[in-house]
Structure formats: C-alpha cells, structure tokens
Design a protein around this ligand. Structure first.
Ligand SMILES: Cc1ncc(COP(=O)(O)O)c(C=O)c1O
Length: 449
C-alpha cells in the first residue's frame, strides 16, 4: 500500500481529481504500480495524500471510466489487468469449421437467399445522401421504415454497424465492471465473450419452449442482476421464440427493478414469428436491437436499436467520439431494400425457405426419435450422447456442425451440437439419418467406461 501511495505521490503535480487520476495512470504506465494491484481505501488515500475523499472518489471514477482501475463494490478497487480480448467461446465455434462439403456449422444465412443488391446500388447517388458530419446520423426515411415494423412504440432509434456493435455500445455505456448479467442458457457465444470483456459476470437462465424459465430468472434477479440479455425470437442456437404470455410475465418480474433488458433480434425479417419486445410493457427499461445482417446481407453491417431516451443519448455521445455514425450510403441501400417490392418479396421468400428447411429437418429427426426444441430461425439444437464423437462422426460423412459447449453458460447441461438447418438444402432424410447416428455416437473411451 505504502509503495503504491508513494509512487502516486511522486507523480502528483496537481491536487485535483484529474491530477490524481493522471498520477495513478502514470504510475501504472511506468511500471511502479503492477497490474492487478489493490488500491488502498479512499479514506486512506485521501489522508495520506492530503486530499478530500470526494476528490479521490472522483479520480477513481475517471480511472474506472478509462479502464485503468476496476471497482468491485465492497471489495474495493484494483488496477485493471489488460486481459486478452475475450474470444474463447467464439474461437471454439469457428475453429471447427473445416471446409467439409456440407457446412452446417456457421449459423450464417444462405447467400443465395439474400436479396440482390444490384438495383439498390444502381439507385445510389451520393447527391441524395447527406454529406456532412453534422447531418442526422439516421437517414429519416430509414427511421420511418424501420419503426413502421417495430414491436413497440419506441422513443428513439439509432442505427449501428450490426447487432454486436449495438450490444457492445449499450454494454459499455450501461454496465460497470462486476455487474451481473443474465443471459439465456444456451447463449450466442460472442455475446458471452463480449460481456466478459466488459467485466460483467455472466449467469445463465435455462429455457423451455416459451423462453426463459421464470423461477430461475427470478432467482437471478433477486441475486442482484443489473441486466438481462435475451433473444425474443428464433433464439440462436435453439430456435426458441419467447411466447407473449412469458414475455408479459417477464415484464411483471422486471418491473420496478433497476435492471436493463437488452433484446437481440438477430434473425429479424427472416424469422417467421412476429417481432416481440418487453418494451411493450417496460419501454423505460428496454433496449431492442434488430439486425439486418441475416435478412438483407451480413456485409451491410446494419442494425437498428431503440431504447430509453437518456441511455440512447449517452450511447450516441459515446459513438460520436469514435465512428460517429453508420454510413448513410449503406443506410440508403438498406432503405431501398426495405421498400423495393422485389427485395421485399425476396426476403419473404427466404423466410419461407428457411422455415421449410428447418421444419423438414426437425420432422425427420423427430421421426428418428430425436426431438429438438424451438420453431424458428436458422439453427437447431440437437442433444447428443457425446459432443466430440458426434462431430467426428458427422465430419467422417462430410458434414460440419458446431460444438454445443461454447454455447453452454452454466456447466451440467447435456451435450449438444448446433446445426444450421437453414443451410440444409440437400437430401433431408439422409441428413437426418446422419444426425441421428451422430446423436447416438459415443467415443471409445466413453463406451468402455
Ligand atoms: C444471436 C446473435 N446476435 C448477434 C449476431 C450478430 O449480428 P450482426 O451481424 O448484426 O452483428 C448474431 C449473428 O450470428 C447472432 O446470432
């Protein structure tokens, strides 16, 4: 403690909060205070450096915002350890992709089912696109088109570079280090990585066919969660859609608590289920995000987000410091795709094809004694006897699927694999046979145990 305080004191040229924050930051950069070191209590620092406790706590807030220190409630503050980016789970999903002839591991849309961009790009002239730094960051026509098909009367709409960009922006703005965040279990792995990188403690709530289980959710909320992140329809990986009844019950549980609801509608317009949001009951507590990547093209990199005016304002201010806004040229392309009849027909057809492919595979699996949950989206979640054995078995037949373990939040659930049924355009019966065999496959060691 003494060493830390003397290292800071040597660098303290200015007695203000900013001066103290700068001194701590310099002491860390110079290596005089090691990463992870515990900082003395605010009163001790104030006493030893002859500052007021208010000045020290303001300095700690500045340092916390800048990511130099991490404050964890009663456990006090520490110098942050610059960790590796948290990519463990996402990396584990991606590494299985192996260039096999039938790749159902990716969770991404079929490129042949995306609307053609040709006409939308042809109509693009920069003359019709704002050209200044100072214009509205959201193209007004796009705001109208998106809100016309939004699940609740939202206060303020922002456009971001995809759903993950929106999730990162909201997470970074609304969450503090150590905040507990509830997610669905199983959950989209990059979301768990992202929340981990923001310093959140991620806890899971299992689901049934209507969404998160209410008793488990209530327990998590009573334990002091700060946010709930969920996918209201076509949940990745299960395909489960939140029922209206469950949504209303969730809203009742959440009402009056200081908990933010963050909704990730990543399948958007290729979902067969209608859009649904807890914003209908809790507009002041809900952020709703819809991606256009799966429906209109991953490389458009566009999502729309609504939320409470104050939080959206803070997000916009934060964004102003970096990318500023999402290219309005791309926004114009999306607007054209949302309004051009041929593009709308193409997205509607894609929605139907995905639904047919998924339903055909689900039915064929059920006929082989393999029930899978969920009703919507690109993916199915198949329980298997042994994850590794299932993947090896499938790979031997030229089929790639994703391992389930990176999607699992809490340990103890049975093994699964994720299969992107929306990309299954071949012989459904043959694929169902392969999946049914893979689901029952066991590794040698497991068999002999
Ligand atoms: C649940 C979920 N959230 C977010 C994303 C990422 O969306 P975007 O490409 O808009 O960042 C995906 C993409 O697979 C997803 O499945």
């Amino acid at each position: 403690m003494k060493d830390i305080l003397s290292a800071v004191e040597q660098r303290l040229d200015d007695q203000s909060a900013r001066g103290l924050a700068t001194a701590v930051s310099r002491a860390v950069r110079d290596g005089a205070v090691p990463d992870g070191a515990a900082l003395p209590p605010i009163r001790t620092v104030a006493h030893e450096l002859a500052l007021s406790p208010t000045t020290v706590s303001s300095a700690w807030r500045i340092l916390q915002r800048a990511g130099v220190i991490r404050t964890d409630g009663r456990r006090g503050s520490r110098i942050a350890t610059p960790g590796q980016p948290h990519q463990d789970r996402y990396a584990r999903v991606v590494e299985e992709q192996s260039g096999l002839p039938v790749d159902l591991s990716t969770g991404v849309p079929d490129p042949r089912l995306l609307p053609s961009l040709t006409a939308s790009l042809d109509q693009l002239t920069t003359a019709r696109v704002p050209r200044s730094y100072l214009d509205d960051p959201v193209l007004p026509g796009l705001r109208e088109a998106v809100l016309a098909d939004w699940p609740y009367a939202a206060q303020r709409l922002s456009v971001t570079d995809g759903a993950l960009d929106a999730l990162e922006l909201v997470g970074r703005t609304a969450l503090r280090y150590g905040d507990r965040v509830v997610v669905e279990d199983p959950c989209f792995p990059p979301l768990v990585d992202l929340l981990g990188s923001l310093g959140a403690e991620v806890v899971g709530v299992p689901m049934d066919d209507e969404g998160m289980l209410l008793t488990a959710l209530e327990r998590r909320l009573d334990d002091g969660a700060r946010a709930v992140v969920h996918q209201p329809r076509a949940q990745n990986p299960t395909g489960i859609c939140l029922s209206r009844k469950r949504a209303r019950a969730m809203a009742r549980l959440l009402e009056g608590r200081d908990v933010l609801v963050i909704e990730d509608d990543s399948m958007g317009a290729i979902s067969s289920a209608p859009a649904l949001s807890l914003g209908e009951w809790l507009p002041e507590q809900t952020v709703h995000i819809r991606s256009f990547a799966k429906s209109h093209g991953p490389d458009l990199r566009i999502a729309a987000m609504t939320g409470p005016a104050e939080l959206m304002g803070e997000c916009a201010a934060r964004r102003q410091l970096a990318q500023g806004w999402t290219s309005r040229l791309l926004q114009r392309v999306l607007l054209d795709l949302l309004t051009r009849p041929e593009a709308r027909a193409s997205v509607a057809q894609a929605r139907e094809v995905y639904a047919l492919r998924r339903a055909a595979l689900v039915d064929a699996l059920a006929a082989r004694g393999i029930p899978v949950p969920g009703t919507d989206g690109l993916n199915i979640w198949v329980e298997v006897a042994d994850e590794a054995a299932a993947l090896v078995r499938l790979a031997g037949q030229g089929v790639a699927a994703a391992p389930g373990s990176p999607f699992a939040v809490d340990a103890g659930a049975p093994p699964h694999i994720r299969v992107t049924a929306g990309r299954a355009d071949g012989d459904t019966a043959a694929l169902a046979d392969q999946l049914a065999q893979a689901a029952r496959a066991r590794s040698r060691t497991a068999r002999h145990r």
